[in-house]
Ligand binder design. Structure first.
Ligand code: NAP
Length: 308
């Protein structure tokens, strides 16, 4: 048995929830499916201070709770812990298969964002849950007064490194270049923080330990000299890849896998729109995800009104 809705939103982060708010207010029958609990990537972060409307900043989780509450208030049904396996389109009808459920619709917005990249070094997979983590907000509390290493030099690495510095004794930032990629305001704070120590031009070679992480083996990119940093935890923030394998060839992807859309956020498949971090774009922030959500929803609404 399949369930019909005019629109299916796949992914419940800032982009997907915004699509939901806009479609419900436009009187479109939509359902949102999300493989985890709604909230998306910001649930892995601590604090947001560049999302307009919150002069003091806001807890990322609280912001997402409010977005979900707003969508719910307009009647959006959100089905959590349902992972989409396959999307097909035939004769302008979409079929979305997710576990035991099948949904049919006139249109789909995919707002599944990204998943964390792994580095792929020895010990990384082995020590997940025993010192290796991809989420400082989730696991940081285990490292009170201990030493940790953060791998990466982007916004996520430096911002989450700063959060960890509130808990840990020392935070080593292991970066493969001698300049950070993170926004300047975040960099400035990190450089001022006495608990943060920067290991420039270093790549991670192996995570080592017996039962738990005990050290990180690193290599200098210039001298090839190897050294060990004694740490109790290793937090990996080396970027992300789009979580959209289930779309198969319904879309065009760029060389790093992000989905190419036109300026209306439409794909090569009529009725299929992409909003948020999974899309090829130059800025991945909550504000731009929300903007994408609004745009995709309005364009899908027009499409659905033609097809009704
Ligand atoms: P990112 O911006 O792609 O940064 C990844 C970092 O990891 C880079 O510094 C990169 O080095 C390094 N790296 C990549 N592969 C590596 C490897 N194999 N070994 C060692 N280091 C490696 O990813 P992100 O920080 O996860 O952010 C993802 C997106 O979300 C970005 O668009 C970011 O702006 C956004 N975001 C924004 C905020 C915010 O605004 N507060 C917070 C979180 C994320 P190189 O610099 O040398 O390439």
């Amino acid at each position: 048995m399949s369930e019909f809705h005019e629109a299916i939103i796949i992914g419940g982060g800032p982009a997907g929830l915004t699509v939901g708010i806009y479609l419900m207010r436009a009187g479109i029958d939509a359902v949102l499916v999300e493989k985890m609990a709604v909230g998306g990537t910001p649930m892995n972060y601590e604090h947001v201070e560049n999302y307009p409307g919150f002069p003091e900043g806001i807890s990322s989780k609280e912001l997402m709770r409010r977005m979900a509450e707003q969508a719910r208030r307009f009647g959006l049904v959100m089905k959590e812990f349902i992972e989409v396996e396959d999307v097909a389109c035939e004769n302008d009808r979409f079929t979305v298969r997710a576990g035991n459920e099948t949904f049919e619709s006139l249109g789909v917005v995919v707002s599944t964002g990204t998943v964390s990249l792994k580095i792929g070094i020895p010990g990384e997979a082995e020590f997940v849950g025993r010192g290796v983590s991809y989420c400082a907000t989730c696991d940081g509390a285990f490292f009170r007064n201990l030493d940790v290493a953060i791998i990466g030099g982007g916004d996520a690495a430096v911002q989450e490194g700063l959060s960890l510095a509130n808990i840990a004794r020392r935070v080593y930032v292991v970066h493969r270049r001698d300049a950070l990629r993170a926004q300047k305001i975040i960099q400035d704070r990190a450089f001022k923080n006495e608990k943060m120590q920067f290991l420039w031009n270093k790549i991670p070679i192996a995570v080592e330990g017996k039962e738990q992480v005990e050290s990180l083996l690193i290599e200098d990119t210039k001298t090839r000299e190897r050294s060990r940093v004694k740490v109790d935890g290793v937090f990996v923030y080396v970027g992300a890849r789009p979580d959209t394998d289930f779309l198969g060839d319904l879309v065009v992807r760029n060389e790093t896998g992000f989905i190419v859309t036109n300026e209306d956020l439409a794909t090569k498949t009529a009725g299929l729109y992409i909003a948020g971090d999974a899309r090829r774009k130059s800025l991945r922030q909550i504000a731009t995800a929300v903007g994408d959500g609004a745009l995709a929803a309005v364009n899908l609404e027009r499409y659905i009104l033609e097809k009704r």
